[in-house]
Ligand binder design. Structure first.
Ligand SMILES: Nc1ncnc2c1ncn2[C@@H]1O[C@H](COP(=O)(O)OP(=O)(O)O)[C@@H](O)[C@H]1O
Ligand SMILES: [Mg+2]
Length: 316
């Protein structure tokens, strides 16, 4: 889709400057709970959320034309008594990059961690509804969670190389599977490191510790590890937020590059990054999906005034 790379229009310039996540916000931001409609605009979705009424998220018809790899169906998640996700229904389109955006605390990470059941590790978590990967229910009691997580590579905000060599970091998922054939491992290392745009920088020091790499290299190493097992979906939770602008750009180029082979679901708080790397953007607020559409639509011509106000940095 050519419009995927379209920069946000002037009228909806993103609030965060620069490629990095660290650019100062140009517009004063207020807490998510304080989102207030400007004169003459009505926040019907947000009013409904605040008043506990149900509302229908604005989902663009283009999404119905995509083939879904992950289907989230009326999904709710509770941390103890507190409900963090409210009836989320959303499809993640195959072979595309989908960005999850929304104010801090709106449930982006929770949703991402639900897909590969990382939330299972948190005591007191309860879910209702369904998530399917390739049509198979993720929360079915018969699901082997380890196998499930292998089908979905995950990259976190802070890079987390293991205290072992670059080589062993990359092939870690294969080792877990009991793969020990040197030729298979060597090939996997090269393929994954090339895929993560790191091969040329490290090919002569594969036996050195992964912890000796720069921050940006470490994050690309983690991406290499995430793709080494050829996952069906790559989940990324603010993968650039600890990186400088140059390292960020490199990761963004990498995401664009690997998106031809993988389905990517990426959380970002950087609106320019969402505009640059994704084809679809889902805007969440207070644990709900509010609007979901092609990224160019979200940034240039969103259906809801809430989305427009958020992507232009008026709140959040
Ligand atoms: N481990 C946890 N235990 C209890 N509440 C949590 C936990 N993780 C997140 N939450 C709460 O769930 C809501 C959504 O959080 P999160 O998914 O981290 O949002 P985001 O990634 O959009 O910033 C927040 O209110 C947060 O405080
Ligand atoms: Mg988060």
């Amino acid at each position: 889709m050519s419009e995927s790379t379209t920069a946000p229009s002037k009228t909806t310039a993103p609030a965060q400057g620069g490629a990095g996540a660290s650019g100062p916000a140009m517009t004063k931001r207020v807490d998510m709970g304080d989102a207030a409609a400007p004169e003459g605009v009505k926040f019907e979705a947000i009013d409904a959320i605040r008043e506990g009424r149900t509302f229908k998220p604005a989902v663009h018809p283009d999404l119905a034309r995509e083939s879904a790899v992950v289907e989230v169906r009326d999904f709710c998640l509770y941390y103890g008594e507190s409900k963090a996700l409210h009836n989320i229904t959303l499809d993640v389109p195959r072979g595309k990059v989908t960005a999850l955006v929304g104010p801090s605390g709106c449930g982006k990470s929770t949703l991402l961690r639900s897909v590969n059941r990382l939330n299972d590790l948190i005591p007191g978590v309860r879910v209702t509804g369904e998530i399917l990967i390739e049509g198979q229910p993720v929360f079915d009691p018969s699901v082997d969670v380890i196998q499930l997580r292998k089908r979905m590579g995950m990259v976190f905000q802070k890079s987390n190389p293991f205290p072992m060599s670059i080589y062993e970091n990359v092939i870690y998922p294969l080792r877990i599977d009991g793969e020990n054939r040197k030729r298979v491992l060597d090939e996997a290392v090269e393929r994954a490191l090339r895929g993560a745009a790191l091969w040329d920088e490290v090919k002569n020091r594969l036996k050195q510790s992964g912890l000796g790499l720069s921050g940006g290299q470490q994050q690309r190493l983690c991406i290499a590890r995430a793709i080494a097992a050829e996952p069906e979906v790559l989940l990324m939770d603010e993968p650039c937020s600890a990186l400088d602008p140059i390292a960020t750009l490199k990761i963004e180029e990498l995401i664009t590059e690997i998106s031809s082979r993988y389905t990517v679901l990426i959380v970002t708080h950087n609106m320019q990054q969402a505009a640059r790397v994704s084809q679809y953007t889902a805007f969440m607020y207070l644990g709900r999906l509010v609007e979901y559409a092609p990224t160019a639509h979200i940034f240039q011509n969103p259906t809801l005034p809430e989305t427009e106000q958020y992507v232009t940095g008026r709140f959040g």
